[in-house]
Design a protein around this ligand. Structure first.
Ligand code: FAD
Length: 388
């Protein structure tokens, strides 16, 4: 078995990225100090603030790698990595723009019509328009080829009928578009991946209903989205009709590629360190040492993925490997902190750290599901290793 089946190039941060990190840290420290945000666990999936996203847009920290022609800033993937990493490490409320900036915008840049790119991308880069992901349906999750949302050809476009589920952020202020995987030709049992297309659906169009779904903590961050005779113009097709499967695979690589897969609860570790570092016993030292060593390894791999993106690659299996390792780590991180933190901290009803721990405990089980379950990722990894 050859390790060269996975590539994680060693990445050296350019000077521009180091200077940017300092700038981002200063901005975040000032925002937190002035009450611009309170840090939260799982901030990229639960911290919705359209206002905060607009501030990042004004600073040029959204759409960073996109061409200037579409409101982007033509910066490197490593510079973008620095910004996302610092936002996550601070627990900043980045959910509003996360999906548009991470995957939908790039997917549009690669595959959308000129009309859509000119209209939507500059607004996304300014933090004025956000996106949701329309892959899963009731009875369709891991096996995406079984989607049943239908798009029938009509004059000037399609009429869409169906139901998407778990659509993160679709209810949020300014969430205007959902890139949806739909069936544009009947399913053929022998060629299930054919006849699928990706359409950009305007969530404000007549016939769209977005209904919030509460999670275990009572928070609404994802939704059920219904389409009843929704008209979608031809210009909202991504790529070519019937090519939806290869497009969705590319989109999933973007979705799985970032540092949020191991940094969702980092803010809890950071705050916990301040309590634990004062007088650590041997057990605490050992636990913290292991956690930090694993974060360093995951970060090295995750940076390698940013390096591959910079080379113009689509690192599907590297991203699957890191997501599997990273999300298992996230669950262990919270379990380990529960073991070493004093009971008085864990049970306290006030203070930042007890709240972060409560948020993280409730949300971390979803980490190994969202974006593709770990069992499914392992299937991709063993195929890459030639074991099946
Ligand atoms: C917090 C959260 C946010 C989400 N946000 C979005 C979103 O914005 N947009 C969106 O489209 N979806 C979203 N999802 C849905 C997510 O992508 C699906 O939950 C996930 O892909 C699994 O699908 P499923 O829930 O239907 O489970 P199923 O596919 O029914 O899987 C059930 C179990 O069977 C296992 N299994 C299935 N197939 C295989 C296989 N081939 N080999 C081995 N085991 C297998 C799975 O690992 C799992 O344990 C979100 C989910 C969560 C939890």
């Amino acid at each position: 078995m050859s390790s060269s089946r996975f590539r994680f190039p060693r990445v050296t941060m350019p000077d521009a990225a180091r200077a940017l990190r300092q700038e981002v840290r200063e901005f975040l420290a000032a925002e937190r100090a002035s009450g611009g945000f309170v840090p939260m666990a799982d901030c990229w999936a639960s911290g919705f603030s359209a206002e905060f996203s607009r501030k990042l847009g004004q600073r040029g920290w959204l759409g960073m790698t996109w061409p200037r022609q579409y409101g982007g800033h033509e910066r490197s993937f490593l510079e973008r990595y620095v910004v996302t990493e610092e936002m996550l490490a601070a627990g900043a409320p980045v959910m509003a723009h996360w999906i548009a900036d991470r995957q939908s915008g790039t997917q549009m840049l690669r595959h959308a019509s000129a009309e859509v790119k000119n209209r939507a991308l500059p607004r996304m880069a300014a933090g004025q328009t956000f996106c949701a992901i329309g892959m899963s349906e009731p009875n369709t999750g891991s096996d995406l080829a079984s989607v049943r949302t239908r798009a029938d050809k009509v004059a000037g476009g399609w009429k869409v009928n169906g139901r998407k589920i778990w659509s993160t952020g679709a209810h949020g202020e300014g969430c205007d578009y959902m890139i949806s995987l739909v069936r544009t030709a009947p399913a053929d049992e022998k060629a299930r991946h054919q006849g699928l297309s990706q359409l950009i659906i305007d969530l404000k169009a007549p016939g769209v209903t977005v209904r919030g779904i509460e999670d275990i903590g009572g928070q609404v961050h994802f939704n059920e989205t219904l389409f009843e005779d929704v008209f979608v113009p031809e210009s909202h097709l991504l790529g070519k009709e019937g090519h939806g499967w290869s497009l969705v695979v590319g989109e999933l690589a973007l979705e799985r590629s970032g540092p949020e897969r191991f940094l969702s609860s980092f803010i809890a570790l950071r705050e916990a360190m301040q309590v634990l570092a004062a007088n650590p016993d041997d057990r605490t030292r050992e636990v913290l040492g292991h956690l930090v060593a694993r974060i360093k390894t995951l970060r090295r791999m995750s940076l390698g993925i940013a390096g591959l993106l910079q080379e113009g690659k689509s690192p599907e299996t590297e991203a699957a490997l890191v997501k599997d390792m990273a999300t298992r780590f996230e669950r262990e991180l919270i379990e380990q902190l529960r073991v070493v933190l004093p009971e008085a901290v864990l049970l306290s009803s006030s203070g930042v750290l007890p709240r972060l721990m409560r948020e993280a405990i409730l949300r971390v089980p979803s980490s190994t599901l969202r974006g593709g379950t770990n069992e499914v990722l392992k299937g991709m990894i063993v195929r890459q290793l030639g074991l099946r």
